[in-house]
Design a protein. Structure first.
Length: 433
């Protein structure tokens, strides 16, 4: 049975947009039964004006809501004050508690669960500090209805945070080892990034080969064998990696957790290791929902750029997805309006597959250049093993056999070329001995 919620938002000026908080609340399992907005400066005691909170209480009573979901950052005292005016046991949930709720519901892997736990602890820490500080000052445990406090709780939270960070660091080291091994094996690493519900998982299914990458959970615990493609937020909380069909290159495509606006630093930091899949890729595909308004697309592109360019060194290709929902004139207008933020984008439909071939070609064009090599190999029992290895790790352009030698021309990552040269040198040395 779904929970019933009234969604509310305060803005300093302009009109409040409730579209995203509605989506978030539904993603968390709420049925929206009422809405309320206010335009005014923040009230220190109630977030909204006190009269507006009375109005909110009346709306909850009228609709039978179980919770009020506030699309703002609500302090612990404001939350208590709002709750004190609501009927019965009505729960007050702010934006970030709601996001953590969704993350907790979707966390299926060890890494995702640790990141959610870390975010929850970072959210709780300043509240525990506030409870302890006020209770000490007024010598009244449970001051203002904030609950009993334990002086050791702050230290417990900090100790748990340190423990989880150590566990995540250990996972990150294994993932970095796996990335290095994949590159040494000839794979290029491409990451899908962008806002949640931009269609990344659907697009991944269009690009990916039928067979998912086979992973050892001990080595790569964040990896799921498939990526879901559902019209809901945060379907992909962890990362999902699959082989991609792009042409001559061997590509591993990773789908990551979607971005969302107005995330506090502590929440982004908690999911930093997931974003490493983006920061350490050879190429990033920044997926944008082309069916949204120009202003919404611009805001999301700016946020994505702020996140990606902070640490990312790989080239970024903007992908305008969902073009099946817009006509050609509208798409061209959006291209022109966003050209400064999205130069030379690729427009596709992940749902229908339109123009995905052009995206595959663009991926190959943007990936780091491969190195060309020509090897003259002696004909020995081990030579065919080396030839087979080069086929598996690069792109063979020419292969020619003589009675006593094999000529092999190919392109591959520099590390693969270096290994092939070393193996060829070993064969030559054995033949000369």
């Amino acid at each position: 049975m779904s929970r019933r919620a009234v969604v509310a938002k305060r803005v300093d000026d302009g009109s409040a947009d409730l579209s995203e908080i509605r989506d978030l609340a539904r993603a968390a399992g709420y049925e929206i039964v009422g809405e309320l907005t206010q335009t005014r400066e923040e009230d220190a005691a109630f977030m909204f004006g006190e009269g507006k909170v009375d109005e909110l209480a009346a709306l909850v009573a009228e609709t039978g809501g179980d919770a009020v979901v506030v699309d703002n950052r609500v302090g612990p005292y404001q939350m208590y004050n709002i709750g004190s005016k609501l009927p019965g046991d009505t729960e007050v949930v702010d934006r970030f508690t709601l996001i953590l709720d969704i993350f907790g519901q979707r966390a299926r892997t060890k890494k995702a669960q640790l990141q959610v736990e870390l975010a929850e602890l970072r959210y709780e820490l300043p509240r525990a500090e506030a409870k302890a500080s006020l209770a000490k000052r007024d010598e009244r445990p449970g001051f203002m209805g904030l609950g009993e406090y334990d002086e050791s709780r702050e230290q417990d939270i900090k100790a748990q945070i340190a423990r989880i960070k150590r566990e995540l660091d250990a996972i990150a080291e294994k993932e970095e080892t796996r990335r290095r091994e994949r590159r040494e094996s000839g794979f290029d690493l491409v990451a899908l990034a962008g806002y949640t519900n931009a269609g990344k998982s659907t697009l991944m299914r269009q690009l990916a080969a039928d067979l998912a990458v086979d992973e050892n959970d001990d080595l790569h615990p964040d990896l799921d064998p498939t990526a879901e493609s559902e019209d809901r937020l945060f379907t992909t909380l962890g990362t999902t990696t699959r082989r991609a069909e792009t042409g001559t290159r061997d590509v591993l495509l990773t789908d990551t957790v979607g971005f969302i606006s107005d995330l506090p630093h502590w929440l982004v930091e908690s999911f930093k290791s997931t974003l490493d899949s983006v920061y350490r890729a050879d190429l990033v595909l920044l997926v944008v929902d082309a069916s949204e308004s120009i202003e919404t697309m611009r805001e999301k592109l700016v946020t994505c750029h702020d996140t990606l360019y902070e640490r990312n060194e790989a080239p970024i290709v903007t992908v305008l997805n969902k073009i099946d929902k817009v006509d050609a004139d509208e798409l061209e207008e959006k291209r022109r309006a966003l050209s400064a933020l999205a130069p030379n984008p690729v427009a596709v439909s992940g749902r229908t597959g339109e123009n995905v071939d052009a995206l595959s070609e663009r991926i190959e064009a943007e990936l780091p250049d491969w190195q060309h090599e020509r090897l003259l190999l002696p004909m020995t029992e081990e030579t065919m093993s080396l030839v087979s290895w080069v086929y598996d790790h690069g792109h063979v352009e020419h292969e020619e056999y003589d009675d006593d030698s094999v000529t092999l021309e190919f392109e591959a990552r520099p590390a693969v070329v270096e290994k092939a040269r070393a193996k060829a040198g070993e064969l030559t040395a054995i033949e000369s001995a």
